[in-house]
Every structure is written in structure tokens, then in C-alpha cells.
Design a binder for this molecule. Sequence first.
Ligand code: ATP
Length: 322
Amino acid sequence: MAIAIRLSNVAKSFGEVKAVDGVNLEIADGEFFAMLGPSGSGKTTVLRLIAGFELPDSGLIEIDGVDVSQTPPFNRDVNTVFQDYALFPHMTVLENVEYGLKVKKVVKEERIERARKALARVKLEGYEARKPGQLSGGQRQRVALARALVNEPKVLLLDEPLGALDLKLRHEMQIELKELQRDIGITFIFVTHDQEEALTMADRIAVFNQGNIVQMGSARDIYEEPNSEFVAGFVGISNLLHREGRVISIRPEKISLGSEGDRTSLGQVASVMFLGALTKIDVAIGSDTLTLLSKNDGLEKFPSTGEQVEVSWNSKYEFQVG
Ligand code: ATP
């Protein structure tokens, strides 16, 4: 598959701070790619380097096989959707979406046709004459998307695109964004610190820590086979067991009460928390605490805090992370 974006040994410092410390990355054409990491890990700087808002101190950035390391943003075939949407408040929805084409001197008729098409893509037909102030957060987010899509960029860059939305709308938009990307088939690269968002939407995820990528793979790879204590803890609930100098990660849904698996341990229930569909049970085993997630299927009988219990899991779900 063709490579849309390639970063080779890219580094960027701000004064003393090494924001990006020698990143290597290849993103395929049509991929939905997430950059995930804690605050300050460098993911936004990588996005801005791809967009051209920052220039690298060293290393190479290629778009479609062409070196753009020193190319200004407007000459790169990418568009960015910002978290705060950056819409023009005095312009209508249609004018906002048209604006980029106007700057590029596209004739009026074509401009309007393309803007209407972009608005239809994000399900905003009928909203053309409104001003941004007359829209909900989710609708403003769609206008921002339409405004980027109207340019038909090769790559769409999204900086925490759903960060300003409430949880329910966020979940709806995650599914919509994924469908939209599948539909139009262009490369989407998005930055998030929300692991659930990355797991839900991305074909592939790069986990950032301290200016570098510490693991890259499909959502399943990263969740099921974390390569370090950091990744195990950052993506999903961290369940670590310290044994004979090794650190082992086991995901909470792989552990059950009783002795069904080929590994068993005795522990004491530290807390039981009802979460709706699931119950979360923390069990202290020596100096470690394991978290179990159990379905509230009406069949399970849950223990009480302080009770001695046996927990078990299958050794194939253990991953050594340290
Ligand atoms: P967040 O989720 O908080 O946006 P991030 O992972 O996207 O974090 P970056 O924004 O890439 O992190 O920042 C990486 C490091 O570089 C941080 O220590 C940050 O303070 C620093 N940094 C980023 N931009 C600048 C700048 N323009 N000037 C000075 N320091 C900067």
C-alpha cells in the first residue's frame, strides 16, 4: 500500500524541552491513524509538524513521497480540524465552508456546489444560512469538518476533534467520523489523550511518551499485548502482578472469581463497585491489586469487601511488561 505520510528521525525542541525526540512513522494511504499519549508527550507537535505549523530541527517529513520538511502549510496537501473549530462567527455556515475555496479563487458556482456537497457529507443540509452561534457543539464540529473536507485534501489532520463535546455526543461522533472516513477513503490522523477514542476509531495507534513513540499497532495489539508498564497502564485498566522480578499485565475482563483458569491466586476483596452493566471488583494479592470486571448477568454472586476469594485467569492472557 502507498505511504501517505513518512517521518524519519524527526526532532523538535522548544528551548530546553525536547517535544519530539527522533520519531519514525509511516502512515498508509486511507488509514485512520491515532496518536495517543498523556499531556506533553509530543503528539500535538507531531501533528503540527505534519501540517507545517512547526518546522523540524532535524529529520525528514514526506507527504506522498515528496519531502515537505521545509514547505509552508498552505503548500501541503493536508487540512487540519482544530479542537476549538476556529469558525468565523460573522459568516454563515455555507460561507464558512466556502471560504477556503474563495481564497483559492474557485468560481462562485463551483464553490457553492462543493460546499453544499461537503455539508451533506456531514449531515448538515438545511443549516447553510445559520451562523455558528446558532448551532450546537456537535453541529459546529461538523461545520469544521466540512470546511476541511471541501478542499479534498489527501490527508485530514484532527487535533482532539471531539474534545469539546459531552460524552454521549462524543460516542455518536466517534462512530460517524469512522463511517465518514471509510466512505471518503482519505487518510485521517488524529490526536487524542482519550484511550477509548483511539481504540474505537483508529485502524492503528501510536502511543507517545516523552517525545517518542513507545508502541505502535492495531487497537487489539496495543490493548492485548502492551509492550511496557507504561502502555499497559495508559491503555485500559492497569493490572500488574510483580513476580520473581518480572512484571506481568493481565486485563481485568480476563480474570474471574473461582478457579477455572490455569492460574489461581488467593486474595482479599478490597472494594466492590457497581457500574451498571459490569461490577468492578478489586482484589488485593500480596502487595498487588488486581481489578476484575464481571458482567451483571444476574447469575454472578458478588463477594463483599474484606472477604477472602480465589481468582483465576488463563496464562495465555499474561503479558510480561517489565
Ligand atoms: P497535550 O495533550 O497537552 O496537548 P501533547 O502530547 O500534544 O500534549 P505537545 O503539545 O506536543 O504535547 O507538547 C510537547 C512538549 O513541548 C510539552 O512539554 C510542551 O510544553 C512543549 N511545547 C509545545 N509547544 C510549545 C511551544 N510553542 N513553545 C514551548 N514549548 C512547547
